[in-house]
Design a protein around this ligand. Structure first.
Ligand code: SAM
Length: 517
């Protein structure tokens, strides 16, 4: 299986199926084993599936007269017996069977249907904080059959907890959707209010002027909104908070956001949510999502490597060149092979958690960050401004076991998030991590994985260990990632805690192309 899986990631153009690959079913027809059928299905789902070549499965009468008239050496008695059996057979049975398999392939899962044409296609990650998204981009998000449903469930659970534990009857619950886009989460908050029977007052904050217009229209025309939503055009970090009809500035009870990227924090959700925390009720305020974590695993992907190899490095408007190897890419990973596996869970890949963020954060951290941004003078006379976002820097060192040899071309990244865990422990979660996505948010299509490439691929021997070190770096202006991969021989020496280092990648850094805060 490991060998097949490795071949699957290679740029295969032709799959040859000799007669010996076929079994006979009880009726005597040639068929492929279940394992071969599944393997073929994987290939047939590729954007460019390989050609299938049947070999040694009998001569098609009249197809090649020179072969037919070729005098063959006399057969042995055993060969003569099989030839007799073959002669009575339909010479096209193998071909017909393969055609039948092609036509009866299982339907593709929703993510593959949705992402058709995007398989292994490298894209630059969105930066919704610095760039204003287009309406069509929101429209694509809004097609997700799971994400919005799960948000509605999470908001309903949070409303119930607030009502039961803190607010009691009679007071409206203030819900703000920050980064509201065209308003799908506003609709979900209103639906959660309707299904629970708890009255809410809803605010929608969005800094993108195009989306703001659409939000206003939705508020005016949508029956559920009924012109009752307060639409605010502002960067959430400079929004003072809801102004009540009596003119008083109040605090929000539930702050709903969806600012997550393919690697959780790469669209600067932590920085935005820190910046808007001042509007959240300090005692009982709830963030949805409450927490999120980034996950990664080393992969082999000759396809993406050769794609990058053939590309020029991007140049921005200031004619500054960014090294194409020093950037993460969003990509619907397909023709890849996972290198790391836990013996107990094979064939599942082992995917490690790099770091996590939880909201709201301690007010003490925010107070300290504010001080640092002001450029505090310390005893040594330091008057720097850098450091206000230092609490959002992270470091992670993960060790992976790689049982089978291969070549590492980079790291695949995913995320998980707890939208809300209620007081009874019921959690509503989203995940793109291939190990947990089925259980947490099956069929969610909003996010493709992220890929951190390696400039020079690293060879991994059998029974190796890989160590992946990753940093989320930040100054007062931007956030970027750094990554490095090391390979160790995991032999008997490993048991004595001594490992032999076999190789190491360069240190990669996306600093030049960091996400602006
Ligand atoms: C990933 S989109 C989600 C949109 C919508 N909530 C949805 O789920 O379809 C993130 C939205 O947040 C907005 N956004 C990002 N940072 C923001 C900020 N600091 N203040 C206000 N809006 C922000 C973006 O313009 C974008 O509309």
């Amino acid at each position: 299986m490991a060998l097949q899986s490795r071949w699957y990631s290679e740029p295969i153009r032709l799959l040859m199926l000799p007669r010996t690959s076929f079994l006979r079913n009880p009726k005597g027809f040639p068929v492929l084993s279940k394992a071969h059928q599944q393997y073929l299905t994987r290939f047939l789902r590729l954007r460019f599936p390989p050609w299938l070549l049947l070999s040694d499965v009998g001569i098609i009468a009249g197809a090649n007269p020179s072969v037919a008239s070729d005098p063959s050496p006399a057969p042995t008695p055993a060969e003569a017996a099989t030839k007799v059996a073959e002669n009575v057979e339909d010479p096209l049975q193998h071909l017909k069977y393969i055609r039948h398999l092609q036509q009866t392939q299982p339907s593709r899962p929703p993510m593959e249907r949705f992402g058709q044409g995007y398989q292994d296609y490298l894209q630059s990650p969105l930066q919704p904080l610095t760039d204003n998204l287009e309406s069509i981009t929101y429209e694509v998000f809004e097609k997700d059959p799971v994400k919005y449903e799960w948000y509605e469930r999470a908001i309903a659970l949070a409303l119930k907890d607030l009502r039961d534990e803190h607010l009691g009857e009679g007071r409206e619950i203030l819900v703000a959707v920050v980064g509201a886009g065209r308003g799908p989460l506003v609709t979900r908050a209103l639906l959660a209010s309707r299904s629970t029977g708890f009255k809410i007052r809803c605010y929608a904050v969005e800094k993108n002027p195009n989306a703001h217009v659409l939000l206003q229209r939705r508020n005016a025309t949508d029956k559920l909104c009924n012109d009752q939503v307060t639409v605010v055009k502002s960067d959430m970090r400079s929004w003072p908070g809801p102004t009540l009809p009596n003119g008083e500035v109040s605090k929000v009870d539930i702050l709903v956001s969806e600012l997550l990227g393919s690697f959780a924090d790469n669209e600067l959700s932590p920085e935005c949510l820190d910046g808007v925390q001042h509007v959240l009720h300090p005692d009982h305020g709830i963030n949805i999502p409450q927490s999120y974590s980034a996950h990664l695993t080393p992969i082999s992907t000759p396809k993406l490597y050769s794609d990058l190899l053939g590309r020029a490095s991007p140049t921005d408007i200031n004619m500054t060149t960014t090294d194409k190897w020093e950037l993460p890419y969003v990509v619907m990973l397909h023709q890849i092979d996972y290198l790391a596996h836990d013996a107990s869970a094979e064939p599942q890949p082992s995917i490690g958690e790099t770091w996590s963020f939880a909201h709201p954060i301690s007010p003490r951290i925010l107070a300290q960050a504010r001080q640092r941004a002001g450029g505090t003078t310390d005893a040594g006379g330091w008057v720097g401004g850098d450091g206000s976002n230092e609490h959002n820097a992270r470091t992670s060192k993960l060790t992976f076991t790689c049982p089978n040899r291969g070549v590492c071309h980079g790291l695949a990244g995913y995320f998980e998030t707890v939208l809300y865990r209620n007081t009874q422990g019921t959690a509503v979660e989203l995940s793109t991590n291939p190990v947990t996505m089925e259980a947490k948010s099956k069929d969610m299509i909003s996010w493709f994985p992220i890929f951190f490439p390696l400039k020079t691929p690293i060879t991994i021997p059998d029974n190796a260990e890989m160590e992946v070190t990753m940093w989320r770096q930040t100054d007062d202006r931007k956030v970027w990632y750094e990554w490095v991969v090391e390979v160790f021989e995991a032999t008997a020496a490993a048991e004595s805690k001594k490992r032999r280092k076999l190789g190491m990648s360069e240190l990669h850094s996306s600093r030049k192309n960091g996400c602006l805060m």
